[in-house]
Write a protein that binds this ligand. Structure first.
Ligand code: T46
Length: 144
């Protein structure tokens, strides 16, 4: 989807030892399209709760379910899509002007987010009508 795509990271495992586990490195610019200025994570979310309900004006982010699973619903002027994140070696890149909602958190889910900038409340569009209008201003009115 426009401004939104899955990234497959490396998963380093040792075949020689059982139970050794896996390691996923993420480095700019090889695996992620922006320099990381902030990291946060979301956890202990109730099963029926939906978070998000906003887009960003300039922020780029990558979302990774480092534990458990989370559904991410995204919407842009050019389409909408749902992703189930349940693999710590897979990230979902979300660029600017994409409406996002996070739901269906499994009980053990930990959603790690890598962000291109520090927290800035002014970068959020939290009103859905404003999001639609902003996208129309940027990409043109639907049907024209
Ligand atoms: C996003 C999705 C995936 C801070 O003080 N610093 C921070 O870095 C963040 C991310 C949030 N906050 C405060 C702002 C609110 O008072 O934490 C509170 C909860 O934030 P919010 O309601 O925006 O959380 P979500 O889960 O709806 O959205 C978050 C990010 O804010 C957002 O950028 O894309 O996760």
């Amino acid at each position: 989807m426009y401004n939104c795509s899955l990234i497959k990271f490396r998963k380093i495992t040792s075949s020689s030892e059982t139970g050794f586990g896996s390691l996923t490195p993420i480095e700019y610019p090889d695996n992620i399209p922006f320099e990381i200025k902030r990291v946060y994570y979301i956890y202990n979310v109730a099963k029926d709760l939906v978070r998000g309900h906003h887009s960003h004006k300039k922020l780029h982010q990558v979302l990774i379910a480092v534990k458990g699973s989370v559904k991410i619903s995204v919407k842009h002027h050019y389409g909408q899509q749902e992703y189930i994140l349940n693999d710590p070696s897979v990230g979902l890149y979300i660029g600017p002007n994409v409406w996002r909602e996070m739901s269906d958190f499994s009980e053990d889910a930990v959603l790690l987010v890598l962000a291109s900038d520090v927290y800035n409340a002014d970068d959020y569009i939290r009103d859905y009508d404003e999001f639609i209008l902003n996208n129309e201003n940027l990409y043109g009115k639907k049907g024209n």
